[in-house]
Write a protein that binds this ligand. Sequence first.
Ligand SMILES: C[S@@+](CC[C@H](N)C(=O)[O-])C[C@H]1O[C@@H](n2cnc3c(N)ncnc32)[C@H](O)[C@@H]1O
Length: 282
Amino acid sequence: MSQSTAHKEEREFAFSDRDFRFLSELVAKRTGIVLADHKRDMVYSRLARRLRALHLTTFSDYCALVESDEGESEMGNLVNAITTNLTSFFRESHHFDHLRDHVIRPLAASNPSPKRLRIWSSACSSGMEPYSIAMTVKYALPNLASWDARILATDIDTNMLENGKKGLYPGEQFENIPAGYHSSVERLKQEGRICMADDLKQLIAFKHLNLLEHWPMQGPFDAIFCRNVVIYFDKPTQQKLFARMADLIKPNGWLYIGHSENLFNVCDRFELTGRTIYRKIR
Ligand SMILES: C[S@@+](CC[C@H](N)C(=O)[O-])C[C@H]1O[C@@H](n2cnc3c(N)ncnc32)[C@H](O)[C@@H]1O
Protein backbone atom coordinates (compact mmCIF):
# COMPACT_ATOMS: atom_id res chain seq x y z
CA MET A 1 0.00 0.00 0.00
CA SER A 2 1.46 3.37 -1.00
CA GLN A 3 1.86 6.06 1.64
CA SER A 4 -0.69 8.31 -0.04
CA THR A 5 -3.29 5.51 -0.10
CA ALA A 6 -2.69 4.86 3.60
CA HIS A 7 -3.05 8.56 4.28
CA LYS A 8 -6.36 8.74 2.42
CA GLU A 9 -7.74 5.70 4.22
CA GLU A 10 -7.11 7.24 7.62
CA ARG A 11 -9.29 10.18 6.75
CA GLU A 12 -12.88 10.59 7.83
CA PHE A 13 -13.94 12.18 4.51
CA ALA A 14 -12.82 11.45 0.95
CA PHE A 15 -10.95 14.53 -0.38
CA SER A 16 -9.75 14.28 -3.98
CA ASP A 17 -7.36 16.50 -5.98
CA ARG A 18 -10.40 17.63 -7.92
CA ASP A 19 -12.20 18.73 -4.71
CA PHE A 20 -9.12 20.66 -3.56
CA ARG A 21 -8.77 22.35 -6.97
CA PHE A 22 -12.43 23.28 -7.02
CA LEU A 23 -12.34 24.75 -3.49
CA SER A 24 -9.07 26.62 -3.98
CA GLU A 25 -10.34 28.20 -7.23
CA LEU A 26 -13.60 29.19 -5.59
CA VAL A 27 -11.87 30.70 -2.54
CA ALA A 28 -9.40 32.63 -4.73
CA LYS A 29 -12.23 34.02 -6.85
CA ARG A 30 -14.38 35.05 -3.89
CA THR A 31 -11.78 36.20 -1.35
CA GLY A 32 -8.42 36.64 -3.10
CA ILE A 33 -6.90 34.04 -0.74
CA VAL A 34 -4.52 31.77 -2.64
CA LEU A 35 -4.51 28.20 -1.30
CA ALA A 36 -1.30 26.62 -2.55
CA ASP A 37 -0.89 22.83 -2.53
CA HIS A 38 0.78 22.80 0.89
CA LYS A 39 -2.47 24.22 2.36
CA ARG A 40 -4.35 21.07 1.46
CA ASP A 41 -4.32 19.55 4.96
CA MET A 42 -5.35 22.88 6.43
CA VAL A 43 -8.32 23.07 4.04
CA TYR A 44 -9.29 19.51 4.96
CA SER A 45 -9.22 20.09 8.71
CA ARG A 46 -10.99 23.45 8.61
CA LEU A 47 -13.78 22.24 6.32
CA ALA A 48 -14.20 18.81 7.94
CA ARG A 49 -16.18 20.62 10.66
CA ARG A 50 -18.56 21.97 8.02
CA LEU A 51 -19.06 18.50 6.53
CA ARG A 52 -19.91 17.12 9.98
CA ALA A 53 -22.31 19.97 10.69
CA LEU A 54 -24.04 19.39 7.34
CA HIS A 55 -24.01 15.55 7.72
CA LEU A 56 -22.12 15.15 4.45
CA THR A 57 -19.81 12.18 3.90
CA THR A 58 -17.47 13.37 1.11
CA PHE A 59 -15.85 16.60 -0.01
CA SER A 60 -17.34 16.11 -3.47
CA ASP A 61 -20.80 16.38 -1.84
CA TYR A 62 -19.66 19.59 -0.17
CA CYS A 63 -18.36 20.97 -3.50
CA ALA A 64 -21.67 20.05 -5.16
CA LEU A 65 -23.52 21.90 -2.38
CA VAL A 66 -21.56 25.14 -2.66
CA GLU A 67 -21.86 25.02 -6.45
CA SER A 68 -25.66 24.66 -6.30
CA ASP A 69 -28.16 27.52 -6.05
CA GLU A 70 -28.90 26.63 -2.40
CA GLY A 71 -25.16 26.62 -1.70
CA GLU A 72 -24.79 30.40 -1.67
CA SER A 73 -25.76 30.47 2.01
CA GLU A 74 -22.89 28.07 2.77
CA MET A 75 -20.35 30.42 1.16
CA GLY A 76 -20.16 32.57 4.32
CA ASN A 77 -19.37 29.51 6.46
CA LEU A 78 -16.79 28.36 3.92
CA VAL A 79 -15.07 31.76 3.96
CA ASN A 80 -15.19 31.99 7.77
CA ALA A 81 -13.61 28.53 8.00
CA ILE A 82 -10.82 29.29 5.53
CA THR A 83 -9.65 32.69 6.79
CA THR A 84 -6.70 32.86 9.17
CA ASN A 85 -7.52 35.34 11.92
CA LEU A 86 -4.33 35.51 13.97
CA THR A 87 -4.06 38.90 15.67
CA SER A 88 -3.28 40.52 19.02
CA PHE A 89 -3.49 43.88 20.77
CA PHE A 90 -0.71 46.28 19.74
CA ARG A 91 0.69 43.74 17.29
CA GLU A 92 3.67 45.45 15.58
CA SER A 93 3.54 48.11 18.26
CA HIS A 94 5.74 50.60 16.36
CA HIS A 95 2.70 51.32 14.13
CA PHE A 96 0.74 52.62 17.13
CA ASP A 97 3.66 54.75 18.32
CA HIS A 98 3.88 56.21 14.82
CA LEU A 99 0.12 56.78 14.67
CA ARG A 100 0.26 58.67 17.98
CA ASP A 101 3.41 60.73 17.30
CA HIS A 102 3.25 61.34 13.54
CA VAL A 103 -0.43 61.28 12.70
CA ILE A 104 -2.69 62.15 15.64
CA ARG A 105 -0.55 64.60 17.61
CA PRO A 106 0.52 66.69 14.56
CA LEU A 107 -3.10 66.73 13.37
CA ALA A 108 -4.30 67.95 16.80
CA ALA A 109 -1.50 70.54 16.93
CA SER A 110 -2.61 71.95 13.56
CA ASN A 111 -5.97 72.78 15.15
CA PRO A 112 -7.95 71.79 12.05
CA SER A 113 -11.47 72.82 11.27
CA PRO A 114 -13.43 70.61 11.17
CA LYS A 115 -11.78 68.41 13.80
CA ARG A 116 -12.08 65.21 11.80
CA LEU A 117 -10.10 61.98 12.09
CA ARG A 118 -10.76 58.82 10.06
CA ILE A 119 -8.86 55.56 10.34
CA TRP A 120 -9.66 52.29 8.57
CA SER A 121 -8.65 48.89 9.93
CA SER A 122 -9.26 46.99 6.71
CA ALA A 123 -8.79 43.37 7.82
CA CYS A 124 -9.63 43.80 11.48
CA SER A 125 -10.10 40.13 12.44
CA SER A 126 -11.58 39.86 15.96
CA GLY A 127 -11.11 43.58 16.63
CA MET A 128 -7.88 43.79 18.60
CA GLU A 129 -6.34 45.97 15.88
CA PRO A 130 -9.14 48.60 15.83
CA TYR A 131 -9.34 48.60 19.66
CA SER A 132 -5.57 49.25 19.75
CA ILE A 133 -6.16 52.15 17.35
CA ALA A 134 -9.06 53.38 19.49
CA MET A 135 -6.91 53.38 22.66
CA THR A 136 -4.18 55.28 20.80
CA VAL A 137 -6.72 57.85 19.56
CA LYS A 138 -8.41 58.23 22.96
CA TYR A 139 -5.19 58.92 24.83
CA ALA A 140 -3.45 61.00 22.13
CA LEU A 141 -6.30 63.32 21.22
CA PRO A 142 -6.87 66.02 23.80
CA ASN A 143 -10.53 66.77 24.23
CA LEU A 144 -11.73 63.76 22.24
CA ALA A 145 -15.38 64.78 22.66
CA SER A 146 -14.82 67.86 20.50
CA TRP A 147 -13.58 65.69 17.61
CA ASP A 148 -15.41 63.86 14.88
CA ALA A 149 -13.18 60.79 15.23
CA ARG A 150 -14.22 57.45 13.74
CA ILE A 151 -12.53 54.13 13.18
CA LEU A 152 -13.94 51.87 10.48
CA ALA A 153 -13.18 48.19 11.17
CA THR A 154 -13.95 45.74 8.37
CA ASP A 155 -13.36 42.08 7.65
CA ILE A 156 -14.75 39.36 5.39
CA ASP A 157 -15.23 36.98 8.35
CA THR A 158 -18.62 37.54 9.97
CA ASN A 159 -17.72 35.56 13.14
CA MET A 160 -14.75 37.85 13.74
CA LEU A 161 -16.93 40.96 13.35
CA GLU A 162 -19.33 39.63 16.00
CA ASN A 163 -16.36 39.19 18.38
CA GLY A 164 -15.26 42.74 17.65
CA LYS A 165 -18.69 44.18 18.42
CA LYS A 166 -18.76 42.37 21.77
CA GLY A 167 -15.25 43.57 22.68
CA LEU A 168 -14.56 40.55 24.90
CA TYR A 169 -11.14 38.88 24.75
CA PRO A 170 -9.13 36.21 26.57
CA GLY A 171 -7.54 37.49 29.79
CA GLU A 172 -4.01 36.64 28.53
CA GLN A 173 -4.34 39.49 26.03
CA PHE A 174 -4.22 42.01 28.90
CA GLU A 175 -0.43 41.89 28.96
CA ASN A 176 -0.22 43.04 25.32
CA ILE A 177 -1.98 46.29 26.22
CA PRO A 178 0.38 49.06 27.43
CA ALA A 179 -0.09 49.91 31.13
CA GLY A 180 -1.07 53.50 30.31
CA TYR A 181 -4.24 52.24 28.60
CA HIS A 182 -5.36 49.76 31.25
CA SER A 183 -8.12 52.01 32.55
CA SER A 184 -9.96 51.38 29.23
CA VAL A 185 -10.04 47.66 29.88
CA GLU A 186 -12.17 45.89 32.44
CA ARG A 187 -10.91 42.57 33.80
CA LEU A 188 -13.78 40.13 34.25
CA LYS A 189 -12.09 38.03 36.92
CA GLN A 190 -14.61 35.21 37.11
CA GLU A 191 -14.79 34.72 33.35
CA GLY A 192 -11.04 35.19 32.92
CA ARG A 193 -11.73 37.62 30.11
CA ILE A 194 -11.18 41.32 29.42
CA CYS A 195 -13.80 43.74 28.15
CA MET A 196 -13.29 46.92 26.15
CA ALA A 197 -14.68 50.17 27.60
CA ASP A 198 -17.82 51.62 26.01
CA ASP A 199 -16.07 54.81 24.86
CA LEU A 200 -13.69 52.69 22.78
CA LYS A 201 -16.61 50.73 21.30
CA GLN A 202 -18.31 53.99 20.38
CA LEU A 203 -15.31 55.07 18.31
CA ILE A 204 -15.45 51.96 16.12
CA ALA A 205 -17.93 50.86 13.44
CA PHE A 206 -17.57 47.14 12.64
CA LYS A 207 -18.76 46.32 9.09
CA HIS A 208 -18.63 43.36 6.77
CA LEU A 209 -16.50 44.12 3.74
CA ASN A 210 -14.73 41.95 1.18
CA LEU A 211 -11.60 43.78 0.02
CA LEU A 212 -12.14 42.36 -3.50
CA GLU A 213 -15.61 43.83 -3.86
CA HIS A 214 -17.27 47.26 -3.83
CA TRP A 215 -16.30 49.64 -0.99
CA PRO A 216 -19.21 51.88 0.01
CA MET A 217 -17.16 54.40 1.99
CA GLN A 218 -15.80 57.58 0.48
CA GLY A 219 -12.99 58.52 2.83
CA PRO A 220 -10.72 60.30 2.89
CA PHE A 221 -8.81 58.44 5.59
CA ASP A 222 -5.94 59.89 7.59
CA ALA A 223 -4.53 56.37 7.84
CA ILE A 224 -5.32 52.84 6.69
CA PHE A 225 -4.16 49.68 8.44
CA CYS A 226 -3.92 46.85 5.90
CA ARG A 227 -1.84 44.38 7.85
CA ASN A 228 -1.21 40.67 7.42
CA VAL A 229 -3.89 40.12 4.83
CA VAL A 230 -2.31 40.74 1.39
CA ILE A 231 0.20 38.04 2.25
CA TYR A 232 -2.62 35.64 1.25
CA PHE A 233 -3.29 37.40 -2.11
CA ASP A 234 -1.47 37.24 -5.45
CA LYS A 235 0.38 40.26 -6.85
CA PRO A 236 -2.28 41.49 -9.32
CA THR A 237 -4.83 41.47 -6.46
CA GLN A 238 -2.41 43.40 -4.22
CA GLN A 239 -1.77 45.94 -7.01
CA LYS A 240 -5.48 46.66 -7.46
CA LEU A 241 -6.08 46.79 -3.72
CA PHE A 242 -3.34 49.30 -2.86
CA ALA A 243 -4.26 51.52 -5.82
CA ARG A 244 -7.82 51.66 -4.45
CA MET A 245 -6.52 52.39 -0.96
CA ALA A 246 -4.33 55.21 -2.28
CA ASP A 247 -7.48 56.77 -3.78
CA LEU A 248 -9.11 56.75 -0.32
CA ILE A 249 -6.18 58.14 1.71
CA LYS A 250 -5.75 61.90 2.22
CA PRO A 251 -2.82 63.57 0.44
CA ASN A 252 0.27 62.77 2.56
CA GLY A 253 -1.79 60.25 4.55
CA TRP A 254 -0.53 56.96 5.93
CA LEU A 255 -0.63 53.25 5.18
CA TYR A 256 0.50 50.53 7.61
CA ILE A 257 1.15 47.04 6.28
CA GLY A 258 2.16 43.72 7.88
CA HIS A 259 5.69 42.74 8.90
CA SER A 260 6.24 40.35 5.97
CA GLU A 261 4.58 42.52 3.32
CA ASN A 262 5.93 45.30 1.09
CA LEU A 263 4.85 47.51 -1.80
CA PHE A 264 7.89 46.90 -4.02
CA ASN A 265 6.59 46.42 -7.60
CA VAL A 266 3.08 46.57 -6.19
CA CYS A 267 2.20 50.25 -5.85
CA ASP A 268 4.27 53.39 -6.48
CA ARG A 269 1.83 55.86 -4.95
CA PHE A 270 3.41 55.53 -1.50
CA GLU A 271 6.92 56.05 -0.17
CA LEU A 272 8.41 53.92 2.56
CA THR A 273 9.14 56.10 5.58
CA GLY A 274 9.73 53.53 8.32
CA ARG A 275 9.42 49.81 9.00
CA THR A 276 6.27 48.82 7.02
CA ILE A 277 5.03 52.43 7.25
CA TYR A 278 4.16 54.19 4.00
CA ARG A 279 3.15 57.75 3.16
CA LYS A 280 0.95 58.57 0.18
CA ILE A 281 2.89 60.67 -2.33
CA ARG A 282 0.58 60.73 -5.36
C1 LIG B 1 -4.14 37.34 9.90
S1 LIG B 1 -5.57 38.34 10.08
C2 LIG B 1 -4.84 39.95 10.33
C3 LIG B 1 -5.55 40.74 11.39
C4 LIG B 1 -4.94 42.10 11.72
N1 LIG B 1 -4.94 42.97 10.57
C5 LIG B 1 -3.54 41.95 12.27
O1 LIG B 1 -2.57 42.23 11.55
O2 LIG B 1 -3.41 41.53 13.42
C6 LIG B 1 -6.17 38.45 8.37
C7 LIG B 1 -7.60 38.87 8.27
O3 LIG B 1 -7.89 39.17 6.90
C8 LIG B 1 -9.23 38.81 6.65
N2 LIG B 1 -9.45 38.68 5.19
C9 LIG B 1 -8.98 37.72 4.36
N3 LIG B 1 -9.41 37.92 3.10
C10 LIG B 1 -10.16 39.05 3.13
C11 LIG B 1 -10.89 39.79 2.15
N4 LIG B 1 -10.93 39.41 0.86
N5 LIG B 1 -11.56 40.90 2.54
C12 LIG B 1 -11.53 41.30 3.83
N6 LIG B 1 -10.88 40.64 4.81
C13 LIG B 1 -10.19 39.53 4.46
C14 LIG B 1 -9.41 37.52 7.42
O4 LIG B 1 -10.75 37.21 7.69
C15 LIG B 1 -8.59 37.80 8.69
O5 LIG B 1 -9.41 38.24 9.75
